[in-house]
Ligand binder design. Structure first.
Ligand code: MG
Length: 270
């Protein structure tokens, strides 16, 4: 048996910050997994449960409504998104700089609220690309113009190439960035999972130490890699994308592997 499958899990009982991926971890589409409500309640009793998401197209309000509909009690302050991490990243690395953002109205509103100065391409000092479900060809032209003629820093909210949807997948932020890289030769700095910033800014925001935290997810190259990059322990559930064979073949291993959240909550309560 592999190390990550036979590890003593009792130290999970000492964790205080539970960073939850959502789709594939707590639910699949609109179907909540058994044990999901219990694990979120357990996290909040121990310290805090935080929902982390790379999706920069939706507002946190949309996610709160979705989870509440499925019976999980939560509020906006329980979320940490790639948009939150991007605001923290821009403030830390490019303070006061003017940003042209390729993003949804919801992303633009959140950036403004977060104190980011948004401008039209001509005035911009930074290009930011998000998961823009309102993408137009003109926005791609403007972004290419900025990268080519002004050579501005190129920042992107998340590296995901695709986003799951009912019939399969649609292009996500990483795919838009690949188009821009193909056209201009410029590569973005990504901020969301698996970059360590996503966890480290969340630890700062909620006031926990790395040893207090565990990241719970189902995707190796975003969730598990993110926890590893940030130096925190991780749990991979086999209820979503990753299979045991994938874990076997992926160089970064999760600290723990469980079938699903029901198996984890059983262990934590006994
Ligand atoms: Mg997931």
């Amino acid at each position: 048996m592999k190390d990550y499958l036979k590890k003593d899990c009792t130290r999970l009982k000492d964790k205080k910050l539970f960073l939850f991926d959502q789709d594939g971890t707590l639910y699949n589409g609109d179907t909540l997994f058994d044990g999901a409500k219990e694990i979120v309640a357990y996290a909040n009793q121990k310290g805090k449960g935080v929902f982390v998401t790379n999706n920069s197209s939706k507002s946190v309000g949309d996610y709160v409504a979705k989870l509440k509909n499925m019976g999980i009690n939560c509020q906006e302050s329980d979320f940490y998104t790639s948009t939150d991490a991007t605001i923290a990243y821009l403030k830390a690395n490019h303070p006061q700089k003017k940003v042209y953002c390729v993003g949804t109205d919801s992303l633009l509103a959140q950036l403004k609220e977060g104190g980011i100065c948004l401008v039209q391409p001509k005035e911009a000092e930074i290009l930011l690309v998000g998961y823009d479900t309102q993408l137009t060809y003109q926005k791609l032209v403007d972004a290419s113009w900025l990268l080519t003629t002004k050579d501005v820093p190129f920042v992107a909210t998340n590296c995901d190439l695709v986003c799951p949807i009912k019939f399969g997948f649609v292009p996500d932020c990483g795919s838009f960035c690949q188009m821009l890289t193909t056209a201009t030769g410029k590569k973005p700095t990504y901020v969301g999972k698996p970059e360590k910033d996503m966890v480290q800014f969340a630890l700062q925001k909620f006031g926990f130490e790395p040893s207090d935290a565990v990241l719970l997810g189902d995707r190796l190259y975003t969730d598990i890699q993110c926890g590893a990059n940030a130096g925190i322990e991780t749990i991979c559930f086999l209820s979503g994308e990753a299979t045991l064979a994938d874990i076997e073949n992926y160089p970064t291993k999760p600290t723990f592997v469980f079938e699903n959240v029901a198996q984890l909550i059983n262990l934590l309560k006994n």
